[in-house]
Design a protein around this ligand. Sequence first.
Ligand code: URA
Length: 436
Amino acid sequence: MNAYQIILKKREGKKINKQEIEFLLGGYVKGWIADYQMAAFLMAVYFQGMSDEELTEFTEVMAHSGEIINLSSIAGVKVDKHSTGGVGDKTTLVLAPLAAAAGIPVAKMSGRGLGHTGGTIDKLRALEGFEVHLSREEFIDRVLDNGLCIVGQTDNLVPADKQLYALRDVTATVDSIPLIASSIMSKKYASGTDALVLDVKMGAGAFMKTLSEAQDLAESMVRIGTRLGVKTAAFITDMNQPLGRTVGNALEMKEVLLTLRGEGPLDLTNLCLKLGSCMLVLGGKEDHLELAEARLKEILYSGRALEKFISFVKKQGGSIQGIEDVELLPRAGMIQDFKAQTEGFVQEVDAFKVGMAAMTLGAGREKKEDKIDLAVGVELFKKIGERVKKGETLFRIHSNSEKKFEAAIELLKEALVISVDEPLIPPLIYDYITGE
Ligand code: URA
C-alpha cells in the first residue's frame, strides 16, 4: 500500500477501504506522508466525494488520531449541540443552561471563533476569571456536580483535523461537504457525546450559502452520526442576517443574560427553544418536540435557566458581577450610532458584512494567533422587515480605535439595505433532518 495508489483510486472515483484511510491519515499525522500527497488526496475527495461508508470510516479514523473522551461516568444521555458557525450566534450560552436545567447532562467542548463568526469560548471570557481550560477530571466533576460544563477544545482533540484544516485552507478544499462533515463529526464523536443536535447555518453569513448545500451537509452529518452510534438530528437555520441584535463578545454576553431573563430577541429565544426541544427528545426526557418546548419555556421564564447559568459560571471561576450588573462587562471607549439617511423597510442586513465589521473592530480573529478585544462590536437596532424613519439609529458601534471605527462603518453602510417595499422576512428554520 502506498499514498500514490490511494490518491489514484480516489481520483478515479473508486472507494477506499478502512486500512487505506488508516494508512493515509496515520502516515500524515506522523509526518511520513507529505503535505503535497495529502493535498492531492483532499482535492480528489473535493471532486469525487465519498460514500457514506467511506466517510464514516474517515471520520472515525480522524477522531482516533487523538483522545476520545469517555463520559460514561456521567449518568444519562449526554446531548451536545453544534453550530456550523454564524454571526451573533450566542445560542450555546442560552441553550446549554436551559437543557441542563431540564436534566440533560451537558459536557461541552467549544471552539474559539475564527473569521467573521464568533466562538462560545471567547464570549465566556467576557466574564472575568472564567476558566476554559480544565483537566479531564475537573471537566467531568463539574458535569456530575452541576449538570453543565463548557471548556475549550484541547490540542489533543482530533489533531488530524487541525493539520488537515490548515492544509485545506491553503489548497482551496475547505468548502467540500465530505471534508466539512468529517471535520465537524470527528470532533463531536471524540468529545464523547451520546446524541447531537446540529444547527446548520444557511445564508450570507454562513459557510453554506444555499438551502440545497446546507441540506446536503446536514444530511451527510446526520448519516455519519447515526452510523457512529451518535443519535443525530439537524436544523437548517437562517444566517442571512445576524442572530439576535448584538455581535461582539461582551455585547453578546449581555444579550445572553437578557435572553436568560426571558427578555431576549425573539429569533434567538425561539431558536434556543427549538434546538433545546430536540435535545430533550434525543436525551429521552420528552417524547414530543411540542411537549419539550413547553417544558423549556417554563424553565426559561421561571428563571431556572438563569440560575443554572450563574452556578455554572461560579463553578468555572467566573465573576458574577457582570451578570448582576451588565454595565460591569467589558466596555469600549467609543460608542457611536450610525443613523438612517432614508426611510423605508430594511431589506437586508448582510450577516457576512456585519461579521466582517465586528472582526475589523477587533471582536474576531483573522488568523488564529490574533488577540481579540472583548468590549468591541456592533448592536443592530433594525432587522429585516422593520420600518425605518430618517435619522433613526441603525447600528451602535462599540470601538476602541478611531481607525477601526471608520473601517467598520464602511462595511456596515453596505450591509444594510433600505427600500420602499416591505420585504419577505426569512424564516428562522428552513428544515429539520433526523436519522430516522
Ligand atoms: N467547521 C469545522 O470544524 N470544520 C470545517 O471543515 C468547517 C467548519
